[in-house]
Design a protein around this ligand. Structure first.
Ligand code: ADP
Length: 337
């Protein structure tokens, strides 16, 4: 069976939360059943903004790996690896940078937004501007046909496709394939304050978080401010707990009961939160069991990363072998095949 190739990555910049789970990882787990998936922990990308805290990046690589394995990414079904273990990412980044017009990078909406909004570090670096070029290299190295990403990555994907067209124009039609975006059909998962769940807002429920800690966060969440007392009717439309129910409570009739119970003061906020907590705890139980098994086995984690890097590098090397002569680089005499 000819399975189409998928690449996606995540930066080791923090523990993963339920937004990553519903907005990306659940889909990645499904894709590995009928696609040839390459999933990279993209540590070079993390360094582009966190170069002042490299110790943290190293630690977070293992955290992300554990989060991935715990939610069901399988090293038997997918190639799971760390970006910097496959040096061709850096090579292709350099090759693509030859033909990347600076104007395309300065125009990138994510760059424009982040350079204004991220005030606590100096991001006016060569690498940070080149972020989408490395992302294009990640994808093209594996000749990935499909790239599952959130809406927030659409501009970067468009830039990847433009780079492919320009690269092929200079060095040979069909040399690199144009990757397609596979938009993940999940809306933004809200955090405990109603804003998008994000580690920078401190509103996250983490994949590795214990049931007790998760309940403490849910229990103390604000609800519709007009429901001061148990007997006051509320409006689910104004309640962040309800927003989370909509993503993680699969029981339609229970949701209808809660909606009605809130509007008529038939149920209290704690009842509603308990129901949400039950669904989340049920979903997390097998995830936490799997994590506990992997956490105990450092040797296995290392083996997974070594095997992943080995498989990824074999594909990456073949891509670079095609590209080098087309770009006019003289092959090393002892490596001419
Ligand atoms: P990065 O790893 O590039 O810093 P993020 O940590 O913001 O990006 O998230 C990686 C991906 O996870 C996003 O592209 C998006 O698809 C998904 N994601 C993150 N947070 C949420 C959320 N709150 N709701 C839905 N999807 C999310």
């Amino acid at each position: 069976m000819n399975r189409s190739r998928v690449f996606s990555g995540m930066r080791p910049t923090g523990q993963l939360h339920l937004g990553h789970l519903a907005g990306a990882l659940t889909n990645w787990v499904k894709l590995q059943e009928d696609h040839d998936c390459f999933y990279g922990i993209v540590d070079w990308h993390a360094l582009m903004s966190n170069y002042d805290d490299s110790e943290e990046t190293r630690k977070l690589c293992m955290d992300v790996l554990l989060d991935w394995l715990s939610v069901g990414l399988s090293p038997e079904k997918s190639c799971i690896f760390i970006q910097s273990h496959v040096p061709q990412h850096a090579e292709l980044f350099l090759a693509l940078s030859m033909i990347t017009p600076l104007g395309w990078l300065y125009r990138n909406p994510t760059y424009k937004e982040q350079i204004v909004n991220i005030r606590n570090k100096d991001l006016s670096t060569f690498a940070f501007l080149g972020y989408p070029v490395l992302m294009a290299a990640d994808i093209l190295l594996y000749r990935a046909e499909k790239v599952p990403v959130g809406e927030d990555q659409s501009a970067h994907m468009e830039l990847s496709r433009e780079l492919v067209r320009r690269f092929n124009h200079f060095f040979g039609e069909g040399l690199l394939p144009e990757p397609q975006t596979l938009l993940t059909p999940t809306p933004k998962v809200p955090g405990t304050d109603g804003r998008k769940m994000s580690k920078s807002y401190k509103n996250s429920l983490y994949i590795s978080e214990s049931a007790e800690s998760m309940w403490e966060k849910l229990r103390t969440m604000i609800t519709d401010p007009s429901r001061e007392k148990r007997r006051d009717p509320g409006d689910p439309g104004k309640c962040p707990v309800w927003d989370i129910h909509k993503v993680f409570n699969p029981d339609e009739s229970e949701r209808a009961e809660i909606d009605n119970g809130c509007r008529t003061a038939g149920i209290g906020c704690i009842d509603c939160k308990k129901m949400l907590n039950t669904h989340i705890a049920e979903m997390m139980e097998p995830i936490h069991e799997r994590r506990a098994r992997y956490e105990k086995d450092a040797g296995l984690l290392n083996d997974i990363l070594v095997e992943g890097a080995r498989r990824a590098e074999a594909v990456a090397r073949a891509t670079m072998r095609d590209i080098y002569p087309s770009m006019g680089l003289l092959a090393r005499a002892d490596r001419v095949s």
